[in-house]
Design a protein around this ligand. Structure first.
Ligand code: ADP
Ligand code: ADP
Ligand code: MG
Length: 211
């Protein structure tokens, strides 16, 4: 039995982890996946490179209804570069699930094509706060089917002054959802955001990164 069999994951996801050459989960994945796959909210503190994208990516993909081409998961990142990386990583994890559409919505990119892609339908949006808020304001991003929210690198988003934007976005999401928050550090403002965004979160802290 492989390590991945111990979790209740779709067979396509398990099989793909092996194909990707993964032999075991990283510490943050081991600690967070059981909660995340149960549908619990988490706030996880772990450094860059610790494997957070897989920790939340598997949760998003596990819970997705592929036949429903509406946005079901929203991932927010502090920068376009990070959003692109996360989207790539999720696409890699999703390789054996057919027709999964992961869309990036970032600032500094033309608006028109993003609207076109949204009209076409997608399952997962990964983006930066400013642009996501703009799409919500314009009504081009619909939130009714969103069941999972991820705040990746939350401390950096605060450093960049995104707090109000995040609050505006979160206020428009369905309250019945799973929220996952990741941060490398844990300043007091992060705790405040956690209290507003998360519901009875599990707190996970991984001290050092396995190399
Ligand atoms: P973080 O978001 O914490 O910065 P990532 O999720 O981007 O980290 O992961 C960093 C790198 O480690 C990625 O290239 C990813 O493919 C790889 N990785 C993640 N989980 C595993 C694993 N269980 N085994 C091997 N490599 C992994
Ligand atoms: P905005 O509110 O300015 O549209 P977003 O919050 O959507 O910005 O995006 C923030 C991130 O998007 C930035 O950290 C940067 O990576 C990228 N970005 C935003 N605007 C630009 C731009 N004009 N040129 C290049 N990258 C940009
Ligand atoms: Mg990351």
């Amino acid at each position: 039995m492989s390590t991945f069999d111990q979790l209740n994951l779709k067979p396509e996801l398990k099989k793909n982890l092996v194909t990707l050459g993964f032999t075991d989960f990283t510490p943050i994945q081991k600690e967070s996946l059981p909660y995340v796959l149960e549908g619990k909210d988490i706030i996880a503190q772990a450094k860059t490179g610790s494997g957070k994208t897989v920790a939340f990516g598997l949760a998003l993909l596990q819970n997705l209804d592929v036949s429903n081409f509406r946005i079901q998961a929203l991932v927010m990142c502090p920068t376009r570069e990070l959003a692109d990386q996360v989207a790539q990583e999720i696409r890699k994890l999703a390789r054996l699930i057919h027709n999964i559409k992961v869309l990036t919505l970032c600032g500094g990119m033309p608006f028109g094509p993003q609207i076109g892609s949204l009209e076409h339908g997608a399952h997962i949006v990964v983006g930066t706060p400013g642009r996501i808020e703009e799409h919500l304001r314009k009504g081009t991003l619909k939130t009714s089917d969103i069941r999972t929210l991820v705040l990746d690198e939350a401390d950096r988003m605060l450093d960049m002054g995104f707090q109000e934007t995040l609050d505006t976005i979160v206020a428009q999401l369905p309250t019945k959802r799973q929220s996952l928050m990741f941060s490398a550090t844990y300043p007091e403002q992060i705790e405040k955001i956690a209290q507003r965004v998360l519901s009875k979160p599990e707190r996970i802290k991984v001290e050092s990164v396995q190399t």
